[in-house]
Ligand binder design. Structure first.
Ligand SMILES: Cc1cc2nc3c(=O)[nH]c(=O)nc-3n(C[C@H](O)[C@H](O)[C@H](O)COP(=O)(O)O)c2cc1C
Ligand SMILES: Nc1ncnc2c1ncn2[C@@H]1O[C@H](COP(=O)(O)OP(=O)(O)OP(=O)(O)O)[C@@H](O)[C@H]1O
Length: 307
């Protein structure tokens, strides 16, 4: 597990000396990101330096485009996952408006403060600095004076198109969980804390853990899914409704309702991680409650038998 460092007044920039850095936001830590992080590990091994995932504390779009932002994971989840990718360290730059407004040269000066890394790995389309004006050409110009080797990689692709966080978000928005999982190299997950619901699920014969996942952290389309639910280190099969239940739209608030199979305890206040495996059907408004109950019970049976 990598060490995690936040760049603040006490951070010693000589940490970057002789290192191999992969630079980016890395939302989702998908297979393309893992490829880039792997390249940094390779040059670190060959040169005897350490490998570093260099990233920001937040996604810059949180500052500039909060209205259209749909993230694959929360910032803490992203940083924690980066630490498990095999790099030696994760270094976190605070993203501020002032920092973002700096010219490409100032941006690099501030980031490395006189101790640039030996290798800097980015995708060939990497952009940085004010209005994302800095390109790989600027990196090359800066690096030639600094003794840094810029490694600008072609993007790792699947089915003829680059793997990007944007592509995965679009797949999730279409409910194509299996394809999204293939590009992530893992199961897509959402996390949330269980809060009391309307309490009708028990009367219907299936209890649900109600999570309120904010819109920004819910790129997955509304629908019913087969999933795994992790709680307190235990893993359960689960039938999950994503989105506010259409039948009760006037009074429901949960945005992710999880029925854990073969579990019958109290989950209020607990953190649940829901890993999505298959799309089952669209969520719908039922005029007849018996039909809703029968349909949900069928979904639960399917998950029990097929996941
Ligand atoms: C697998 C599953 C599928 C569901 N599908 C729907 C649906 O299609 N339409 C809907 O309005 N609610 C759907 N729900 C939500 C239920 O209506 C809801 O869990 C139930 O009303 C109990 O709510 P409560 O926990 O707030 O009491 C689904 C729930 C689960 C677990
Ligand atoms: N498929 C890929 N192969 C190799 N490197 C990649 C790939 N996708 C992104 N990168 C690089 O990884 C770093 C992090 O990229 P970034 O966080 O912008 O990811 P992204 O998947 O392109 O996101 P978005 O789609 O939101 O722009 C950057 O240096 C970027 O160029």
């Amino acid at each position: 597990m990598a060490e995690i460092y936040r760049v603040d007044a006490s951070f010693d920039h000589s940490f970057f000396k002789d290192s191999s850095c992969a630079f980016g936001v890395f939302d989702g830590v998908h297979l393309g990101h893992r490829f880039l992080l792997g390249c940094a590990q390779k040059t670190a091994r060959e040169s005897g330096g350490k490998s570093i995932a260099l990233t920001f504390d937040i996604d810059p779009d949180e500052t500039f485009h909060p209205e259209r932002l749909k993230k694959l994971m929360g910032n803490d989840e992203r940083l924690a996952m980066l630490a498990t990718t095999g790099v030696d360290a994760v270094v976190i730059l605070p993203f501020t408006r002032e920092f973002a407004a700096s010219s490409p040269e100032e941006f690099l000066l501030q980031t490395f403060d006189g101790t640039p890394p030996a290798f800097l790995h980015v995708g060939f389309d990497f952009k940085f600095g004010a209005r994302a004006a800095g390109t790989v050409r600027d990196l090359d110009a800066w690096a030639s004076n600094m003794g840094t080797q810029v490694c600008a990689h072609g993007l790792k692709s699947e089915d003829g198109a680059p793997i990007t966080a944007t592509r995965i978000r679009l797949l999730l928005a279409e409910g194509d969980i299996e394809e999204a999982n293939r590009l992530l190299g893992r199961l897509y997950f959402m996390t949330g804390t269980v809060s009391p619901g309307r309490g009708e699920g028990a009367d219907f014969g299936f209890r649900t853990a109600n999570l309120t996942v904010p819109d920004q952290l819910r790129p997955l389309s509304d629908g019913v899914y087969a999933a795994w639910a992790d709680v307190d280190g235990a893993r359960f099969k689960a039938a999950v409704n994503v989105g506010v239940a259409a039948t009760f739209a006037d009074r429901a608030t949960a945005t992710c309702e999880v029925h854990l199979i073969d579990f019958d305890g109290d989950l209020y206040g607990k953190r649940v991680k829901v890993e999505f495996a298959h799309w089952l059907r669209p969520m719908r408004k039922f005029d007849d409650l018996d039909e809703l109950i029968a349909t949900v019970k069928d979904n639960i049976t399917w998950v029990k038998e097929n996941l």
